[in-house]
Ligand binder design. Sequence first.
Ligand code: FPP
Length: 252
Amino acid sequence: MPSDTDTCYEKDASEGQAQAGPRHVAIIMDGNGRWAQARGRPRLFGHHAGAQRVREVVESCPEFGVKYLTIFAFSTENWKRTQVEVSGLMSLFRRYISKEMKALAAQNVRVRFIGDRLRLDAKLVQLMDELEHETEQNDGTHLTIALNYGGRDEVARATKRLAQDVAEGRLRPEDVDEETLPRYLDTHVLPDPDLVIRTSGEARISNFLLWQSAYAEYEFIDTLWPDFTAEELGRLCRKFGSRDRRFGAVKT
Ligand code: FPP
């Protein structure tokens, strides 16, 4: 196994306890563009408004028992947008990370990034590294930001590294199973999401956490991301608590 897959998600002490709400919530933050359009403003105005919602949602997680929050900020497909929008988003990410770094660190939030960093500019990657480093001792909410992330791309990158380990004799093909492959995914230190929320009325998963969401519950809600509130997250968490999750088994 390569060194960065050495640590794999392990259940912590609190995990055996019954929890009605979702422990890991993942959000596809959609609808920024339409929110801006409805106000006659450029799409980037919507992304800035969307970025402002992130703080409130992260801060509300402890109240709802959400220990892990993963948000989809930029997909491997989003490069197809106009150059103005892409470079505007990249500069928003840089500013957000610089600005929020201290606030998040002070709130005991642990921040991680998933996705392929190779295509991101060096300054942004440096800020991401710094934020991860700054918060690595924190043990409050685990916030994971998916940036240049695609589920298929992640599985392909993982498979490439797994194949290298097989070729170099560190792993036997017969030992590859459902436990082995996720150790190579970007999310190897995270539990699988329990609840995936997508805002803006679209009912698609758009290449988000494909492997990890095999047994997640989904909520597709009409709210556009810049209008999403902590209150709505609370409502969805309570609704999740009333669901009957069987993971393929039959209840006896
Ligand atoms: C989808 O809305 C949203 C994005 C592609 C970007 C998400 C980014 C943010 C919420 C900004 C901040 C995030 C961080 C972590 C700082 P869309 O543009 O596809 O909306 P539309 O479907 O209405 O066009």
